[in-house]
Design a protein around this ligand. Sequence first.
Ligand SMILES: [Zn+2]
Length: 124
Amino acid sequence: MSDLKLCQGPECHQYTTQDRLKGMKGSKTYQTRRRSSLNYGEFCDTRCQYDWLSKYATQAVNHFGRLKEVKHLTEENAWTKTYRWDYERRNGEAQHYYLNKITDEQRPLTETQYNDNSYTLNER
Ligand SMILES: [Zn+2]
């Protein structure tokens, strides 16, 4: 048993790199890459990510919901998380804050809120 993840790129085994060549001497084959962690989500590299998107993007969009009308950036959904380095302080900690891209209003954020992907000021 191993915890290795398989690259989900449909053509991964088609790329003839040395690290994909596996097996016993005399019966080696180019194989799908396996990694303990994949840097591109489900894929070993951007080429495999692109191959998957080329093949499945339309099906995936149909499955998860196709955008049917134009979206607008407004004051209500223009909040973005950002940070700046605080050179005034001795230890130069990053100062996290919310910035509204329409109004330029800034609101303080804790580092925990900054890292919490479910925390948002934006209305849907
Ligand atoms: Zn791959």
